[in-house]
Design a protein around this ligand. Structure first.
Ligand code: 5GP
Length: 217
């Protein structure tokens, strides 16, 4: 399909950075995949991590799996936009792909924890939209962790105990979604992203469009 000039103008903007945080098992991955499938001009930031891949995880798609020494080297070279230690492993957002995508007008989704969200707030508050996903209750959270069947009982217990800490940061976020019903949660997420895109400062091309509009061009 040929793009109309208005569609082209809409690409001429700086993208938004959509941060999704939640305790493990609140359904964040499903939500993230959905928004990437259904929304246009939006990409996922692929984080680097020192944790071992889970069964089925693909290097370069789910994460960039790195050794501790390679991760430290990237820290030293200032190659991360943010990084943090979560559950004994390091996780970080490589800077270069994010900057390229934003400059090209793409929005980017980040699946990062509250520490990463805080660091991005300091680095790029104006471009940031922070969303926190909550489970309907803690029982449901544990069920979801167990049904994933990818982590040992020990890891699940530790993730549950960390959940409370993660949840305690809810008030640092712009939006809260309670994921009881996944389709409702997807609709809520899509609404947030669409509304944020329409904010006046995020449509810098409007000035010239309006000039043309009123001069009948
Ligand atoms: P998991 O090991 O379950 O994939 O992720 C554990 C936690 O690390 C999740 O809360 C996830 O949001 C967070 N995480 C993943 N990537 C990053 C990252 O690049 N930076 C930060 N700060 N947290 C991350």
């Amino acid at each position: 399909m040929v793009k109309s000039s208005i569609q082209e103008m809409k690409l001429n903007r700086r993208g938004i950075m959509v941060v999704l945080s939640s305790p493990s098992g609140a359904g964040k991955t499903t939500l993230t995949k959905q928004i990437l499938n259904t929304s246009r001009n939006i990409l996922m930031s692929v984080s680097a991590t020192t944790r071992q891949p889970r069964p089925g995880e693909v290097d370069g798609e789910d994460y960039i799996f790195l050794s501790k020494s390679k991760f430290s080297e990237m820290i030293d070279n200032d190659e991360f936009l943010e990084y943090a230690k979560v559950f004994d492993n390091f996780y970080g957002t490589p800077r270069a792909p994010v900057e390229t995508a934003l400059a090209r007008g793409f929005d980017i989704v980040f699946d990062i924890d509250w520490q990463g969200a805080q660091q991005l707030t300091q680095a790029a508050a104006n471009d940031l939209v922070k969303i926190f996903i909550l489970p309907p209750n803690m029982r449901e959270l544990e069920n979801r962790l167990r049904s994933r069947a990818q982590d040992s009982d020990d890891v699940i217990a530790r993730r549950m105990s960390k959940s409370e800490n993660e949840i305690s940061h809810w008030a640092e976020y712009d939006y809260i979604i309670i994921n009881e019903d996944i389709s409702e949660a997807i609709e809520e997420l899509t609404t947030i992203v669409n509304a944020e895109r329409m904010k006046r400062p995020r449509q810098p091309w409007l000035g010239s469009f309006i000039k043309k509009l009123i001069t009948g061009g």
